[in-house]
Design a protein around this ligand. Sequence first.
Ligand SMILES: [Zn+2]
Ligand SMILES: [Zn+2]
Length: 143
Amino acid sequence: MGSKFTWQLSLRRAFPKTYAMLHPTLNPPWPSEEFPRAADASVVWWRCPEDHEFQASIRTVASSENPCLVCSGRLVRPGVNDLATTHPELAERWVANLNPGLTSSDVTAASEIEIVLTLSCSHAAPATPAAWVLGDIACPLCG
Ligand SMILES: [Zn+2]
Ligand SMILES: [Zn+2]
């Protein structure tokens, strides 16, 4: 995947799993099954097997291992894949004043930003959601 040759192909031939996720009714019709191309930067509608509907460019979605931005946690959908919904035990440890402008409904377990939660020692520390999901991180104060 990802070679120049692949990207010149139609989405259907290059990334059949992604092609199958093109939204069946919300997109304008393409002239043939040879369109869209895998490298197309147009923003279109998608629907994954879990019925998550979202908009994103064909390029962005095409090559991903998990093409659904909601399933893969790259797009936050409160009540579906936000941290408060998927990991309420972590959301309870959210430190509001150390996460300015952010709540546990604004990130997913796959978000690539650092969030500040309280540790079992009751100090707070920053780490990515993925690190928090794995377990407590080392306390910067207690060591
Ligand atoms: Zn999905
Ligand atoms: Zn500590």
